[in-house]
Design a protein around this ligand. Structure first.
Ligand code: PEP
Length: 251
C-alpha cells in the first residue's frame, strides 16, 4: 500500500558540475549525518563525478545515480556510457527517459524501455521518467499520454525494488511552474492504476516521484499528495542548502 512505500528524493544535476561542485554533496552528507531520515536520498551528478561524489559522501547513506545509459552492454557507441560503467563508478540507479533525452536525443518509449532493461541486467534501479507536454495537457491528453508512455517505457521484469517512476510534466521542468495539487493527485492516481496493469502486484508498491520545479518552498505541499513517493529535483539539487530544504519534507 502507498503508505508503506519509503520515499526517494533524487537530485538530477543534469550537465552541471565539476570539481568545484564537490563541496555540495560533502556539505549535504554533513547536514544529514545525525538526521533520522524517512526517505532515501540520491544524487545523480554527471558520470564524470559519480565516483568522486561517492567519495565525498563516504559514511553517509546518500546514494549516487547516473542520468542516462546506453541500452547495449558495450561496443561501438562513441560518447555513450553503459549501465555497467555507471555501476562500476558507484551508481546504484540510473535515470532513463528524462524529457530532455526524449527531446534532445529523440528517445522513444521503446529506447527508454531498452535502457531500463539494461539497467536491471546489471542490478541498477531504473528511474523511468514520463510526462506530458504543455500542448498535450492543454489538449486534455495528459492521462492518455501517461498511459502510452507507461505501456511503452516500462519493460517486463520491473519490480518495486528495481524500478522508480518519475512523473515530470515537461512544462514544469525548470520553469518554476507546477501543476495544481488536484492535477498531481489525478496524474499520480492514474499512474498507480496503470502500473498495476503493467507490473501486477508490484505496481502498488513502486515509488512514483513527482518532478518539475520542486523547491524548498513547495516541497512539503507536493510531497503530501497521495501517491507521491518522493521527488526528482533538477535545479534545486545543485546547492546543498536548497536540496536539504526539499529533503526536510521527510525529516
Ligand atoms: C528535472 O530535470 O528532472 C527537473 C525536475 O528539473 P527542475 O527541478 O529544475 O524543474
Amino acid at each position: 500500500m502507498a503508505h508503506t512505500i519509503k520515499p526517494l528524493v533524487a537530485g538530477n544535476w543534469k550537465m552541471n558540475g565539476t570539481t568545484a561542485n564537490l563541496k555540495e554533496p560533502r556539505l549535504l552528507a554533513g547536514m544529514l549525518r545525525d538526521v533520522k531520515l524517512k526517505c532515501d536520498v540520491m544524487v545523480c551528478p554527471p558520470a564524470t563525478l559519480i565516483r568522486r561524489v561517492k567519495a565525498v559522501m563516504r559514511g553517509s547513506k546518500i546514494k549516487a545515480g547516473g542520468q542516462d545509459c546506453h541500452a547495449a552492454v558495450s561496443g561501438a557507441h562513441t560518447g555513450d556510457i553503459s549501465a555497467d560503467m555507471l555501476k562500476d563508478a558507484g551508481a546504484t540507479a540510473v535515470i532513463v527517459g528524462h524529457s530532455e533525452r526524449r527531446t534532445n536525443h529523440k528517445e522513444t518509449d521503446a529506447m527508454v524501455a531498452a535502457k531500463a532493461l539494461a539497467a536491471h541486467k546489471v542490478g541498477l534501479t531504473a528511474i523511468i521518467c514520463i510526462g506530458e507536454t504543455l500542448d498535450e495537457r492543454k489538449g486534455g491528453k495528459t492521462l492518455e499520454v501517461l498511459t502510452s508512455q507507461i505501456k511503452g517505457s516500462i519493460p517486463a521484469g520491473c519490480t518495486a525494488a528495481n524500478t522508480v517512476v518519475a512523473y515530470e510534466p515537461v512544462w514544469a521542468i525548470g520553469t518554476g511552474l507546477t501543476p495544481t495539487v488536484a492535477e498531481i493527485t489525478e496524474a499520480h492516481a492514474h499512474i498507480r492504476k496503470e502500473l498495476s496493469g503493467v507490473m501486477g502486484a508490484e505496481g502498488a508498491s513502486t515509488r512514483i516521484l513527482y518532478g518539475g520545479s520542486v523547491k524548498p518552498t513547495n516541497a512539503a505541499e507536493l510531497m503530501a499528495v497521495a501517491n507521491v513517493n518522493g521527488a526528482l529535483v533538477g535545479g534545486a539539487s545543485l546547492k546543498a542548502v536548497d536540496f536539504i530544504g526539499i529533503i526536510k519534507a521527510y525529516i
